[in-house]
Design a protein around this ligand. Structure first.
Ligand SMILES: Cc1cc2nc3c(=O)[nH]c(=O)nc-3n(C[C@H](O)[C@H](O)[C@H](O)COP(=O)(O)OP(=O)(O)OC[C@H]3O[C@@H](n4cnc5c(N)ncnc54)[C@H](O)[C@@H]3O)c2cc1C
Length: 499
């Protein structure tokens, strides 16, 4: 029991009476009470409650990024039904226990863990098509399972490339991937969500019901308004897709960036492209590009000419794939779908990294490109791991949605820029974080003031504007209406008033 909770539940009396707040008697009383409240919850649940110290606790508590491994929640609740989530929220309110929702556990800021209780919805992972052809998806479904299940019906939803990301965390903050310029963001395809609010009651929101909440859930970010348990998404038919991979000598980097930024954001909607500049400490910098075209290889080859014709590419491959195979390739899944998960189910590993992001609403100037190149070169001798900048093409269907039509405001971007530092978990984080911060700061003069809320960054000072821009006030109003007590909060959750 935390000091705050103890005070809220009667410890106040002991303090007023002059007793030491954590004297032996009180500590025993507190832990007995604590055991009692957890037993109470365990009895109410269909799912499992894993308390600190119990078997499986260490596996249950960790996120994808090992940087947050030191956080020790009091318990992780594995909900198996909507009723489990409702009961857990009511229980938490009754006992003043801090809760945070978790779906896939990939929060860049570690916001899906807490010293309180994690409400995990990963067992709510069903994926089905309803009679309208819409996908009805449990909030905890992983992206690879969403792609896999829908592909069996020849359908898909636009989503991200990481196989283990949770659909809820992704969709609530936007959701960008290889089909987004054609089919929109994941949140643009959200037709309905079921959400458990701060009082423990569930509501279904869509265009007719709770419209303000429905608006906020499309880009307002996870962990702000309640715990989403079920999403209904528009689906699209799949077909063969063409993919490409390009690599150039580093000496071509400037010309390649220039050509890429003029092509990728303005290409036909069916095209999506990533430009990747990276370096590992002690290695050499590399520049590569990869992407997908919802069409034929011949069309893709023709479309790529302004890029593949730049410099002297050392690799240029184009291939045709079944839709699911292409998503598996982007996901890095060479084995079975079952293996394409984190342990204990699959073979994939966790990561130690930090990310930051910007949006380029204008072309990068020659000076901006030079800065980017120099910063990647600096990684070769700074820190202990690797450093990357990923440019994702926007435009197309993403930018045709009005800025205020959903809470996702970034509709004027030419491309997003993701700054990433990876290192070995046994190495010191500081030099790697320092390189990342310096890279980000050096690029500030050349980019917009916005950042992607799904690459949430606890170090970002102007985050309210950066994530939400002109949609912030409306998000605050929704927050006040549905979570006036600020039950669902993190360092960067939507506030109750402008700060
Ligand atoms: C390796 C990697 C690859 C990525 N690739 C992409 C990509 O291709 N495209 C893209 O757009 N993004 C990508 N992301 C970013 C990703 O979209 C976000 O990190 C997203 O928030 C992760 O969702 P999650 O459910 O896995 O994470 P979680 O950590 O579980 O949740 C993220 C946030 O949402 C809250 N939350 C979780 N579940 C719920 C719920 N059910 N109801 C309400 N709030 C909830 C959490 O409390 C937390 O604040 C990637 C991230 C990683 C680590």
């Amino acid at each position: 029991m935390t000091r705050r909770e103890l005070l809220a539940r009667g410890g106040r009396v002991a303090l007023v009476a002059g007793a030491a707040p954590f004297g032996p008697g009180l500590v025993e009383l507190a832990s007995a009470k604590s055991a009692g409240i957890f037993e109470e919850l365990a009895h109410e649940l269909r799912g499992d409650l894993v308390r600190a110290g119990a078997a499986g606790y260490d596996q249950a508590r960790v996120l994808f990024d090992t940087r947050f491994d030191a956080v020790a929640p009091r318990a992780v609740v594995f909900c198996e039904s909507l009723a489990d989530v409702e009961r857990t929220v009511r229980w938490a309110r009754r006992h003043a226990v801090r809760i945070v929702p978790r779906s896939g556990g990939h929060s860049y800021g570690g916001y899906s863990t807490t010293s309180g209780v994690i409400v995990d919805v990963s067992r709510l992972k069903g994926v089905a098509l309803d009679r309208h052809g819409h996908a009805v998806i449990g909030a905890g479904a992983r992206l690879i399972d969403v792609y896999d299940h829908l592909a069996q019906h020849g359908r898909t939803v636009p989503a991200g490339s990481c196989p283990t990301v949770g659909i809820a965390g992704l969709a609530l903050g936007g959701g960008v991937g290889f089909a987004s310029r054609k089919l929109g963001l994941t949140c643009d395809n959200l037709l309905e969500a079921t959400i458990v609010l701060a009082d423990g009651s569930a509501v279904v929101c869509n265009t007719n019901r709770y419209q303000d909440l429905y608006w906020a859930l499309r880009g307002g970010g996870g962990g702000n308004f309640g715990i989403v348990t079920r999403l209904v998404l528009r689906t699209h038919p799949t077909s063969q897709v063409a993919t490409y991979a390009l690599e150039w000598p580093w000496a071509d980097a400037k010309a390649v960036v220039q050509a890429w930024q003029r092509l990728a954001p303005h290409a036909p909607d069916a095209f999506f492209s990533v430009l990747n500049l990276n370096a590992a400490v002690g290695g050499r910098p590399r520049i590569t590009s990869a992407g997908q075209f919802l069409g034929t290889v011949d069309q893709l080859r023709a479309l790529l000419k302004p890029l593949s014709g730049v410099g002297t590419p050392t690799r240029f491959t184009v291939a045709s794939h079944a839709y699911l195979d292409a998503q598996r390739m982007w996901a890095g899944c060479s084995g079975t779908i079952a293996e394409c998960h984190l342990p204990p189910q699959g073979h994939l590993g966790r990561s130690t990294f930090k990310g930051k992001s910007s949006f380029a609403n204008q072309y990068l100037s020659p000076a901006g490109i030079d800065t980017m190149i120099r910063q990647i070169e600096a990684r070769v001798s700074t820190g202990s791991g690797s450093g990357i900048i990923l440019l994702d093409s926007y435009g197309g269907a993403i930018n045709r949605v009005k800025k205020n039509a959903t809470a996702f405001v970034h509709r004027e971007a030419l491309f997003s820029m993701q700054f990433l530092a990876y290192w070995d978990p046994s190495a010191a984080a500081t030099p790697n974080l320092r390189w990342l911060a310096a890279f980000y700061a050096a690029m500030r003069p050349y980019v917009s003031s916005f950042a992607y809320q799904n690459y949430i960054d606890p170090d970002l000072h102007n985050w309210q504007h950066a994530y939400y821009g002109s949609n912030l006030d409306r998000l605050i109003a929704v927050k006040r209406r549905y979570d006036a007590q600020n039950v669902f909060r993190s360092r960067q959750s939507i506030p109750l008033r402008r700060r």
